[in-house]
Design a binder for this molecule. Structure first.
Ligand code: SF4
Length: 368
């Protein structure tokens, strides 16, 4: 069976869900209300990793709609993506990186998604014409890398992905191309069983432009033999892998889970890159966000359980003003550093804000 056939069997309806759990009529109605707004889609592979009898199962929390999503505190575009958009589907926020929204589809929809406004929904935010994007990037020699994002670029047919990689590889001033994908976590067979994709990735990364893949493992239960095989195959194709974890309430918000995750990823040859503070997005904030002070404490304790390689991650907020690393906390202040800044003058800048134990985002804090 091809990955496309597998994809068609995804769990997308309340009736599909009822194959796994007992759902009352009232619950069905509530879940339907949520799905009507933000669709559900879960691969059969990922569903097989869930313990359906455990109400606290972390993988279930990440992918199965729950009533908490009816809380609409927050805003959809927390990172100022509209502000960074130069052409449909092309964002240029940081000097050296251009981001392309290649699709609005993912193999599995995460309930905490920061692009909830567009994934699986009608949108005009994805790329319209690749040629226009290539002209834009070619005219900006300061750009040295392009990030293919979405949605999930590995949801695209291989022939479409080929067009992206071939066109971008022709731009001399690009040093490398990045692909942000959750496919090794949600549908590893897309990587292990599609020979055409493997050849495309290998040909690009070894002969044309180095490819970097950013994975998104959030919990050790996602690290399976199949996921390991998919990562090994990416490495064999000459790809460098980094991981970006989202810090999520009730999923990975404890030092033991977080340190186990980062240690196992490092053992697989994946570099721990970022741990993201969950963004205050509508239908996500109340359900998944934890306070910054708590997040800092969890990640520091997690570091104390790890070797140097496994604690290479940075704890950051992807804020509209830039990627802001949480550098320290004491009884009076939070200390932050711009890891990447929308305004290049702020790059590397340190600043502090008054301590607030409940604050969960920069905008919740008062200046020092
Ligand atoms: S894979 Fe990424 S873009 Fe897709 S739903 Fe999950 S978080 Fe959102």
């Amino acid at each position: 069976m091809t990955w496309e056939d597998e994809f068609k069997k995804n769990i997308t309806t309340v009736e599909d869900l009822a194959e796994f759990v007992d759902i009352s009529r009232a619950e069905k109605t509530r879940i339907q209300r949520i799905i009507d707004r933000h669709p559900m889609s879960v691969t059969r592979y990922y569903a097989s990793l869930i313990d359906w009898n455990d109400p606290e199962d972390p993988l279930k929390k990440m992918t199965i709609p729950s009533e908490g999503e009816l809380d609409i505190a927050g805003i959809y575009d927390q990172s100022g993506e509209q502000q960074s958009t130069k052409l449909p589907g092309l964002q240029h926020k940081y000097t050296r990186t251009v981001l392309l929204l290649t699709t609005n589809m993912c193999t599995t929809y995460c309930r905490y998604c920061f692009r909830k406004r567009l994934v699986g929904r009608p949108t005009d935010e994805t790329i319209h014409r690749l040629g226009d994007a290539v002209i834009y990037i070619s005219a900006h020699p300061e750009v040295n890398n392009v990030l293919l994002s979405g949605g999930d670029p590995l949801c695209l047919p291989t022939r479409t992905l080929r067009r992206f990689l071939e066109k971008l590889s022709e731009i001399d001033h690009l040093d490398f191309i990045r692909i942000g994908t959750k496919v090794p976590v949600t549908m590893p067979q897309r990587i292990t069983e599609d020979g055409e994709l493997y050849e495309l990735l290998k040909e690009t990364s070894v002969r044309k432009k180095r490819l970097y893949v950013s994975t998104q493992f959030n919990h050790p239960n996602e690290i399976t033999p199949a996921a390991r095989r998919s990562i090994n195959r990416l490495h064999r194709a000459g790809i460098v892998t980094n991981n970006q974890t989202v810090l999520l309430r009730g999923v990975n918000d404890n030092p033991e889970t977080m340190s186990k995750l980062q240690r196992e990823l490092t053992g697989m040859g994946i570099v721990p890159y970022y741990v993201f503070q969950c963004r205050p997005v509508k239908r996500v904030k109340k359900l998944f966000q934890i306070p910054l002070a708590r997040g800092f404490e969890i990640l520091e304790k997690s570091r104390s359980l790890l070797d140097g390689y496994s604690k290479r991650y940075r704890y950051v907020m992807s804020h509209r003003d830039g990627k802001i690393a949480v550098a320290g906390v004491d009884k009076e202040y939070f200390y932050f550093r711009f890891h990447q800044a929308r305004n290049p003058k702020n790059d590397g800048k340190f600043f502090k804000m008054k301590f607030d134990p409940d604050a969960a985002w920069l905008d919740d804090l008062r200046p020092a």
